[in-house]
Design a protein around this ligand. Structure first.
Ligand code: ADP
Length: 162
């Protein structure tokens, strides 16, 4: 099976990585799809995010990393995905994710959304939390893959320098 895992990944965290690794053994093929939504004013460019994810997933088989704009269901069709994968950390994710899943189902009724519950030790992790910690000089090495930690240091250290 081929899963499409769409998201902002701004940046990739260990929570995302955990989902990608588990989905890869469950489904065999995972297309990680980076949404280029400019209204979110991302910290990292699409190219940076693609490169971070490619490096961090290089040890896994069956992973493709792509970018897309527009509807997730169109991206799933283009990339011949059997299902959409999303993660759930807490009840707060659930309402939003359910609404998106219903919307996607109404647009493409044979495309299922499959949710994986976060691994407990990653349940507090989000890209926003990671950026907040890095912005104020806190350590993020336990929250993100090493290539992302380097990029975060570069981004915020150069922003802090005169
Ligand atoms: P989006 O802007 O589409 O929510 P994100 O990059 O924030 O993009 O998240 C992509 C997906 O990964 C979402 O389904 C989100 O719930 C899931 N996710 C994010 N962080 C974690 C985590 N720590 N554990 C499990 N799933 C997560």
């Amino acid at each position: 099976m081929r899963a499409l895992y769409p998201g902002s990944f701004d940046p990739l965290t260990n929570g995302h990585m955990d989902l990608i690794e588990r989905a890869s053994s469950l489904f065999g093929e995972v297309v990680v799809a980076v949404l280029g939504n400019p209204s979110k004013r991302p910290a990292f460019s699409i190219d940076d995010r693609l490169s971070q994810i490619r490096k961090a997933t290089a040890h896994l088989n069956g992973i493709e990393v792509i970018s897309f704009d527009g509807l997730t269901v169109h991206c799933a069709e283009t990339h011949r995905a059997d299902l959409i994968l999303r993660g759930l950390r807490a009840m707060s994710d659930f309402e939003y994710e359910l609404q998106i899943a219903h919307t996607n189902r109404s647009l493409a009724d044979r495309l299922e959304t499959v949710f994986l519950a976060t691994t407990a030790r990653h349940s507090f992790l989000s890209s926003s939390v990671v950026k907040e910690v890095a912005r104020f000089g806190g350590p993020v090495d336990h929250m993100v893959p090493s290539e992302v930690a380097k990029d975060l240091n570069r981004l915020f250290n150069s922003a802090l320098s005169p």
